[in-house]
Every structure is written in structure tokens, then in C-alpha cells.
Write a protein that binds this ligand. Structure first.
Ligand SMILES: O=C(O)CCC(=O)C(=O)O
Length: 264
């Protein structure tokens, strides 16, 4: 991949487990999101250091992050895959400052999440440039057809997750390195194998990942709490309607924080 945007393809998403990169934000909109992100973590964009803040749930704290996550152009693509009723249940800023040595191991997302059934579409938006040396996202096309969590192992401390797959457990002969320009996004499934390297460059790597599902999915709130990720998981219907009412306990009104106060 070289940063030339592709066409969104639901056929590719179904057959290969991903589609993209697709341009979802203009370069200016990506720059504005970057500026807001750095301001909110108290860092300078020109000389950024590590993030002290938790990377999740910004959509529940800042109106700009909620608006970014629910842009109609993004939801239009999501609707092509998930249908008319769409739930945004988590967002994460994946940020690696220059020379951050941590890498993200091969994994399939839904193996970490207490959701039944396992239905998730991630929209991973590059807010700055992503390339091999700054730890771009990489994935394996077609890897979403089976689950591999029975092969997970405990990983070394440099891995961003304590459990996942070691590199030599994965056949990466058809790996796709998603080198992307600010404002491009890749859409991938709950089961698509992906990873990212450490950032060995002087350029920060910043992405905003959005997790979408459908209202029929039930989240185990106690298990989320046990895993310590309940702070980032709050299900909000962002398009269509909830015909099930399964997730009342973790729903907040759109545009409100966890206490029901309007977002700043
Ligand atoms: O951005 C990264 O380095 C990892 C992203 C990831 O694992 C995810 O979005 O599920």
C-alpha cells in the first residue's frame, strides 16, 4: 500500500476481512483532529512525548471526538456492512510517539472482548502519516475465516498486549502493510489478524480506531470491568434504532458523558 486511496468494497471486506485505505477525512480535517488530540493530552505536536492519558473513550469526553467518530461519510460505509442499525461501542487513540519501542502483536480483536455474538467492524483512521518505520498497521487478508485464540501465548513486555500470537506463529507471506496518508482509513473485521511494529522513526504514529457493532450484540459488563476496559466501552446507537434493548446498562445518550452531562 502506498497511500493511494482505494474504493470502499463490501465484497473485499467480506472475502478478505478488510477494505481500504479509503479517504474519510480531508487532510485539513485530519490536521484539526491531530491538533485537538495533542491539546487534549497536553502535548506539543512538534515535539510529542508519551501519552499519560488512557487512550480510550475520548468520544465520551469530547464532542469533537464524538463528531469525528460519527461522521456521516464514515457511517455510510459502516452501514453497507452492518446494516441500518449501528452501535458505536468504543473508540481508541492508537498513538506511538517517536521511538516508542512497544509493538502490537498479531491478534484478532474480538478474542479480547466479551461480546456475543462476535460482530465488530473497526474503522482505523490514520490521523498522521503511517509507514513501515513508524509502525503502520499490517494485516493478513483472508485471516478472518477462523479463530486462533486457542494458540495465544503470554508475550514479552515489549508487546503492547500481554497475550497474543508470536510472529513465528503466523504465516505472513501475504501481509499487507497499510502505509496511509492522514485522513485515510481501513475497515476491518472482528477476526482479521493484524499487528504493528514499534515506531523506529522521528515521526509520531497516530490513529483513531472506531469500534462499531449492531444492537443485537450483548456485552458482558462485568467481564468488561474485570478486564479493566469498561471505561472505553459504552454502547451508543449512532444510526437507526435499537430493536433489542440488550445493552441498557452501558448506554449513554449521544453527546453526553458518562454522567449525562453534555460533552464540552
Ligand atoms: O494501531 C495499532 O498499532 C494497533 C491497532 C489495533 O490493534 C486495533 O485497532 O485493533
Amino acid at each position: 500500500m502506498n497511500g493511494n486511496s482505494a474504493q470502499f468494497s463490501s465484497e473485499q471486506y467480506t472475502s478478505e476481512g478488510f477494505t481500504g485505505p479509503i479517504r474519510v477525512l480531508s487532510p485539513d480535517a485530519a490536521q484539526s483532529a491531530r491538533t485537538r488530540f495533542y491539546a487534549s493530552i497536553g502535548q506539543s505536536e512538534t515535539n510529542p512525548g508519551p501519552m499519560a492519558d488512557r487512550p480510550g473513550g475520548f468520544d465520551l469526553r469530547y464532542r469533537w471526538a464524538y463528531d469525528l467518530a460519527t461522521k456521516p461519510a464514515i457511517l455510510d460505509h459502516v452501514e453497507q456492512i452492518l446494516g441500518p442499525d449501528i452501535v458505536l461501542w468504543a473508540t481508541v487513540f492508537w498513538y506511538k510517539e517517536p521511538h516508542n519501542k512497544s509493538y502490537i502483536p498479531w491478534h484478532q480483536d474480538a478474542t479480547y472482548w466479551p461480546m456475543v455474538p462476535r460482530i465488530n467492524l473497526s474503522v482505523w483512521i490514520a490521523l498522521g502519516p503511517t509507514f513501515r518505520e513508524n509502525g503502520c498497521l499490517s494485516l493478513i487478508p483472508g485471516s478472518h475465516r477462523g479463530w486462533l485464540d486457542d494458540q495465544y501465548q503470554t508475550l514479552e513486555p515489549a508487546a503492547g498486549f500481554s497475550e497474543g500470537l508470536a510472529d513465528d506463529q503466523v504465516d505472513d507471506s501475504c501481509i499487507v502493510h497499510l502505509e496511509m496518508s492522514p485522513g485515510e482509513a481501513v475497515f476491518f473485521t472482528e477476526a482479521t489478524l493484524h499487528r504493528s511494529d514499534a515506531n523506529s522513526s522521528d515521526v509520531p504514529r497516530l490513529a483513531f480506531a472506531l469500534r462499531f457493532t449492531t444492537p443485537e450484540v450483548i456485552f458482558d459488563v462485568d467481564a468488561l470491568k474485570e478486564k479493566g476496559i469498561d471505561y472505553l466501552a459504552r454502547a451508543t446507537v449512532v444510526r437507526g434504532e435499537d430493536r433489542y434493548g440488550f445493552n441498557e446498562a452501558i448506554r449513554v445518550a449521544p453527546h453526553c458523558d458518562l454522567n449525562g452531562e453534555p460533552l464540552p
